[in-house]
Design a binder for this molecule. Structure first.
Ligand SMILES: NC(=O)c1ccc[n+]([C@@H]2O[C@H](COP(=O)([O-])OP(=O)(O)OC[C@H]3O[C@@H](n4cnc5c(N)ncnc54)[C@H](O)[C@@H]3O)[C@@H](O)[C@H]2O)c1
Length: 338
């Protein structure tokens, strides 16, 4: 493509060019690159829109030296969107040439956010769970719950039963049409009680839009891996009850979780217990890169708290761009008069 031109790629094109198995592979690649120091990841900027709107936007830059690209994802969540038939998490990703700063791609970031977040749950399950997990519990079967399920089931083929905690029947039905259809031999059960759903589960994935914590009072089985993609009011005291705490990006995580908790505590008069990054024992990148074992004993209970990293988005976006150029997808737009 000529300099000064941008390739525009929509959601359908991103979906077609970025299948889940490739994303699982890319997540491991980029985590290792980050652990080895060839991926630059500044703290993302989080801006809440409350009280005007129940949502936020994040500005998320990163530079992947080995892939000769830097990019920015602008994405957020609007929690009232499902009532309007819109996705909760929406975004766009821009890619740039690191030599001269010229932008060369703008694409949908909604699908990429969804699939890479789910894939990270799959990576966590692969590297942190005990041997041969059989039962997976999903708390919140929305968009992230669906892609996390697909990723965890792909990473842990021994899983025979999936227990679902979900309050919205439409979401449940979409879940069964996608995940249920993809895994006809797995037993899917919809349960009402979270403790009942978690007892006997080796992996628990939590991503919901309730404005209160759902798993804080839950007792997990010995050896469980609890993956938190979205759980509000995560208190230090509670995290310390787990044997090992794994994170993706501790600095971002505490900034983001603290801002949200501060807002809700002011609004609802709740006690506010700010987190500091030192609660993290290890990052998932260090585990994937083999610098840390992750799980040290079969019985320990591990919590993995993921806030989402720009490097995950940019490596996926670069893959979409490369495949689009190769296969002739996308719409070329003229940006500059070069
Ligand atoms: N960590 C990351 O990298 C990352 C990335 C993207 C989104 N997120 C977070 O994931 C969360 C979910 O996003 P999404 O796109 O899946 O939204 P979504 O609206 O598609 O799904 C949320 C689900 O939670 C369900 N839910 C709400 N209250 C519940 C309750 N009390 N019990 C059971 N289920 C309940 C909803 O019915 C819905 O199905 C958001 O808070 C977002 O901030 C995290």
């Amino acid at each position: 493509m000529k300099e000064g031109r941008i390739l525009f790629l929509n959601e359908a094109e991103c979906k077609r060019l970025l299948p889940l198995p490739k994303v699982l592979e890319l997540m491991e690649t980029v985590l290792i690159e980050h652990a080895e120091g060839t991926a630059t990841l500044p703290v993302k900027l989080h801006m809440g829109l409350r009280p005007d709107y129940n949502g936020y936007i994040n500005s998320m830059p990163s530079y992947l030296k080995k892939h000769h690209v830097y990019g920015v994802k602008l994405a957020g969540c609007h929690y009232e969107n499902p009532k309007k038939g819109l996705p909760t998490s929406i975004g766009t990703i821009n890619l740039y040439n690191p030599e001269n700063g010229l932008p060369f791609a703008i694409m949908d970031g909604t699908y990429i956010t969804d699939i890479r977040t789910g894939a990270m749950a799959g990576v966590a399950a692969k590297f942190l769970s005990g041997p041969a997990p059989q039962v997976l519990t999903i708390v919140g079967a929305g968009m992230q719950g669906r892609t996390a399920s697909l990723s965890i089931l792909a990473s842990c083929p021994t899983i025979q039963e999936v227990r679902l905690i979900e309050i919205n029947p439409t979401m449940l039905s979409v879940y069964m049409q996608t995940v249920g259809k993809a895994y006809p031999n797995v037993n899917f059960r919809h349960l009402q009680d979270i403790q009942q759903a978690c007892t006997g589960a080796q992996i628990v994935h939590v991503a919901h839009s309730a404005p209160k914590p759902l798993v804080r009072d839950i007792t997990f089985d010995k050896g469980a891996t609890v993956i938190l993609t979205a759980e509000p009011f995560i208190a230090r005291q509670w995290l310390d009850t787990f044997d090992t705490r794994v994170t993706d990006f501790p600095e971002c995580l505490v900034t983001r979780l603290n801002q949200e908790a501060e807002y809700y505590s002011q609004r609802d008069g709740l006690p506010y217990d700010p987190l500091t990054p030192d609660f993290s024992d290890v990052t998932i990148g260090e585990v994937v890169a083999g610098k840390h074992p992750g799980r040290k004993t079969p019985d320990e209970v591990i919590v993995a708290v993921f806030v989402g990293m720009s490097i995950e988005d940019v490596i996926c976006a670069k893959e979409v761009y490369d495949r689009a150029v190769e296969q002739g997808f996308g719409t070329e737009l003229r940006l500059l008069d070069l």
